[in-house]
Design a protein. Structure first.
Length: 57
């Protein structure tokens, strides 16, 4: 079950990053570099989640 906990943790971080990205995009002068890095991190988390889910099934 440690794998399930890890997936939940990563999912939570993924959701938090999504919210931070949305907040940054709402700003009048959003930081493109910051947005790009957050999107990269979010993609890495998504890929790790998918990899871990593949190990469960």
């Amino acid at each position: 079950m440690a794998l399930d906990a890890r997936i939940r943790e990563l999912g939570s971080r993924h959701q938090s990053l999504d919210e931070a990205i949305q907040d940054e995009m709402r700003r009048p002068y959003s930081d493109d570099l910051k947005l790009r890095e957050m999107k990269r991190q979010k993609l890495r988390l998504k890929e790790e989640i998918e990899t871990l889910r593949g190990h469960i099934h």
